[in-house]
Design a protein around this ligand. Sequence first.
Ligand code: HEC
Length: 116
Amino acid sequence: MRKIFCLFICITACFIWVSLSTAAEKNKAAKTEKPSKAGETLFKEHCSMCHPAGGNPANPKKTLKAKDLSANKITKAEDIVKLMRKPGPGMMKFDEKKISDKDAKEIAEYILKTFK
Ligand code: HEC
């Protein structure tokens, strides 16, 4: 009887462990997806009027597509954040008061992931 009880505890423990770890896994996935969603919203709010669908009607050689970005030596999220703080001619400046560092990074990651 004691053995069976032990076995029962073991099985229950295993079950709890498995369900906890899958829950943690799901949580992680939700967390990694969140930045891009916020990034998308922020991009639409601040950037898409001048960069519709990642384009650049004002300067067609400087779109947000990977090909143009890399041609202009923009390869990392930090490069895009820097550009937001100190933009080229025709683009408005976004300082920390307008877009926080965290939000700026999310926008940058959204751009790198979305426009290819
Ligand atoms: C008022 C219009 C305007 C807004 C708003 C704007 N941009 Fe721009 N953006 C431009 C123009 C114009 C250029 C080209 C500047 C140049 O000649 O260097 C540009 C260039 C860029 C580039 C360089 C692209 C390349 O291929 O060299 C990036 C990256 C960029 N913008 C990101 C953003 C982000 C991120 C936002 C929102 C936070 C934003 N822009 C909002 C007008 C705008």
